[in-house]
Each structure stands twice: as C-alpha cells, then as structure tokens.
Design a protein around this ligand. Structure first.
Ligand SMILES: Cc1cc2nc3c(=O)[nH]c(=O)nc-3n(C[C@H](O)[C@H](O)[C@H](O)COP(=O)(O)O)c2cc1C
Length: 244
C-alpha cells in the first residue's frame, strides 16, 4: 500500500452505503488509532462507540442536522480524557492536580493523533470518514448522553462507513504558505493565499456546477469574524479542565 498516496487522496465522505462494518474490523481500526504515539504515555483518549439509533439521532440534531451521523455504519465520539489517569494517580498514592491547561492540551493532542491514525487505518481498507466537530455545539448535552465524568470532554465525532459518493479531493494551501524554513517568514503568504483562493473558487464551481462562488479567505472571514462556540470555556471548566 502506498501510504503517502493514501493520505494525499483523503476526502471526507458524507454519504454512505448500507453495508455494515464488521465489529472486528471496527475494533482493529480503533486499536490501530490508539497505537499512535501518546504524550508521556498518558493515553488521554477515550473512544465511545454510539450504536443506539435514538442517541445517534439526538447527536445528529445537536450537531446541526448532520444526518450522516445517523446513516454512517459506525459512529464514534473521541474524548480527551484525564479521568482515568487521575484515578491511576490516586491508586499510586498521588494527589491529582485538576485543571491544568497543559494536561488538557496533552490529552486533546493525544486524542486527535489517535483519531487521525484510526482514520488512516479506515481509509486504507476502503472505508470513508467524516469528522463531526458539530458535537461541540452542545457539549453539555453530549456529556449527559454519554454519561461523561469529570475530567473528560468530547472533542469530535467520527462517522465511518463504505462510501456512496466519490467527491473530489479538496485542495490544500500551497506549501509556500504552510511549510516554512527556520523562521515564520510570511512574506509570500498573501500571494500564496490569493493563488489558493482562485484554486478554491474553481473547486467550488466545479463541485456545484457554478452555483457556489467562494474562496478560502471568504470562508475564514465568515469563520473567524464572529465568536465561535463561546460556551466552550465554561463547559471545559465545568468538567474540571483548563482552570490554570
Ligand atoms: C475536527 C474536525 C471537525 C470537523 N467537523 C465537521 C462537521 O461537523 N461536519 C462536516 O461535515 N465536516 C466536518 N469536518 C470535515 C472538514 O470540513 C473537512 O475535513 C475539510 O473541509 C477538508 O475537506 P476534506 O476532509 O474533504 O479534505 C471536520 C473536520 C475536522 C478535522
């Protein structure tokens, strides 16, 4: 398998066939993900597989009506988890210091790395995936639905299934913008972004038969020009995370 070609060929899948995923295969994919490097061997990731159709429907709705949360063969919620390591800390006679932002950064980083490794494993066997950050629209409800304890936060969902569509690969920013030598030299960034804007405009035109005229800069303006999920700080602090 040409892994580099596999990674470069990634595209999110939002339409899946009815074909189920064998439980053993799903477990093997998650196990592959959890084999990724983990900071200080903390293993700050918990994956919750949601099978219950009612829970899946509730998550699809709170994520903004993302129906593929319901229709994907499998759906997993990836959580940053310091709870279990806090238990271990106390089992070893230590005193857990809750609320350190650094600990949350470690767990969130671990979780994202493990998830993406699972994604590579899934894509390598012909499955399609879509991450679902929309679960953070209502993290308190997610916490209730999944029975999450203190020190655990749901970061994103992951739909997994056999693709029923073949979308084009979405271009990425040119390396002249995202790969720098030695220091953060941004002298070429504006030109690189302009070139990418034109590439994205063409991509959206092609994908929507000319109906959508959008650029990356316009997307960033829409995204970053307003507050985004401002409940997150209070939610995380309510879970005992990110206090200092
Ligand atoms: C953490 C994360 C959260 C995401 N959340 C959503 C989501 O809620 N819904 C969705 O349709 N796509 C979601 N995506 C997919 C991105 O929109 C997609 O990866 C990006 O536009 C690039 O497109 P590509 O994956 O097809 O290359 C998410 C991706 C990541 C990494």
């Amino acid at each position: 398998m040409d892994v580099v070609a596999l990674l470069k060929g990634h595209r999110s899948i939002r339409k899946f066939t009815d074909q189920p995923i064998d439980d053993e295969l799903a477990e093997s994919i998650i196990r592959a993900g959890l084999s990724a490097a983990t900071s200080s061997n903390l293993q700050g990731t918990t994956v919750i597989r949601v099978r219950n159709p009612e829970t899946r429907a509730a998550i699809a709705e709170l994520a903004g009506g993302q129906t593929y949360v319901e229709t994907a063969a499998a759906f997993f919620v990836w959580c940053a988890d310091l709870h279990r390591s806090a238990v271990a800390c106390e089992m070893a006679g230590g005193e857990f210091r809750p609320g350190m932002t650094e600990h949350f950064v470690i767990a969130a980083t671990d979780c994202a790395i493990a998830a993406q490794s699972a994604v590579c494993a899934a894509e390598s066997v012909g499955l399609g995936i879509c991450y679902i950050g929309g679960i953070r629209n209502d993290p308190a409800k997610m916490t209730e639905l999944l029975g999450l304890p203190d020190q655990v936060a749901p970061l994103f969902g992951l739909c997994l299934g056999y693709p029923d569509q073949d979308p084009a690969i979405k271009p990425r920013l040119p390396l002249s913008v995202t790969l720098k030598e030695e220091t953060y030299d941004e002298s070429g960034d504006v030109a690189g972004i302009e070139a990418y804007d034109e590439q994205m405009r063409a991509y959206y035109h092609e994908r929507t038969n000319g109906k959508i005229d959008r650029t990356w800069s316009a997307d960033m303006s829409a995204l970053l020009g307003k507050e985004s999920r401002p409940h997150m700080r209070d939610y995380l602090q309510g879970q005992g995370l990110n206090k200092k």
